[in-house]
Design a protein around this ligand. Structure first.
Ligand code: SAM
Length: 239
């Protein structure tokens, strides 16, 4: 899979893209992340990418021209890339979006800064979609881009240390993950559930599925709405 990030701060990604499983996925060529400096697509001496807002008001607005020049140049190289503007007003990022992107295989992420981006970038059809990390405002799109890239990387075949862990992850099958326990068996009067120590794997699987369903109903009932539960799952939830 390939990501191209259009940003004013390519160096922001230096250490995160080298660390942990994400770094390993890149080293093993399962994922490539290309950073593009937006200022390389300006044509003035000062490499200007922003200007004061028409109509007045605080802050600066990112200019449409360097962005369009950058995107057109990238599209010449990769005509099928799916171009995403990162913005708080966009479709909310989720595991489902991550899966879509992994299937698509080639994503370009545009990181805004300042007050935002000249509306004509969207109006002119230069992006395929607008996506948000959540209902809050970041200083720029870089943190959002990194979170989205990492979420996608977990879904790439061969990218995780333990492939079995991904299908149990929260949201992968539409529900939350089950609770986890490790040593010591007892901590400040709290015992680990005996079923996990009994060695009966069918029982353990059943308990974990039941706990995952129970936690989902308790903490995120919205996830269960409209979900077709199997008869076995319904029985587990009722018991
Ligand atoms: N004035 C804008 C608003 O209220 O919608 C926020 C601009 S923000 C300071 C600068 C840039 O950060 C945005 O253009 C966007 O690229 C990025 N950004 C901020 N919050 C984001 C979020 N929740 N999801 C994705 N990108 C975000």
């Amino acid at each position: 899979m390939r990501f191209t990030i259009v940003t004013l701060f390519p160096e922001f990604f230096d250490s995160p893209l080298e660390a942990g499983l994400l770094g390993k996925a890149i080293m093993r060529d399962l994922l490539s992340v290309v950073r593009v400096q937006l200022r390389d697509f300006t044509c003035d001496r000062h490499r200007t990418v922003d200007d004061t807002p028409f109509g007045g008001g605080p802050g600066m607005v990112m200019m449409v021209e360097p962005l369009v020049t950058a995107l057109e140049s990238l599209r010449e190289e990769r005509p099928d890339t799916h171009t995403v503007l990162l913005t708080p007003r966009g479709r909310r990022f989720s595991q489902a979006v991550a899966l879509e992107w992994v299937e698509s295989g080639d994503i370009t992420l545009i990181c805004g800064r300042y007050e935002g981006i000249d509306e004509r970038l969207v109006q002119g059809g230069f992006v395929d979609e607008e996506v948000s990390l959540g209902d809050f405002v970041l200083n720029g799109g870089e943190v959002a881009a990194l979170a989205m890239i990492e979420a996608c990387s977990r879904l790439l075949p061969g990218a995780m240390g333990n492939e079995e862990s991904v299908p149990n992850d929260s949201f992968y099958q539409g529900i939350l993950d089950h609770p986890h326990y490790t040593r010591p068996r007892e901590f400040r009067g709290m015992e680990a559930p005996p079923v996990l120590l009994g060695g009966n794997h069918a029982e353990i699987d059943r308990w974990r599925r039941q706990q995952a369903l129970k936690l989902t109903r308790q903490l995120r009932p919205d996830l269960l709405e409209g979900m077709e539960l199997s008869p076995a799952d319904r029985k587990l939830l009722e018991s």
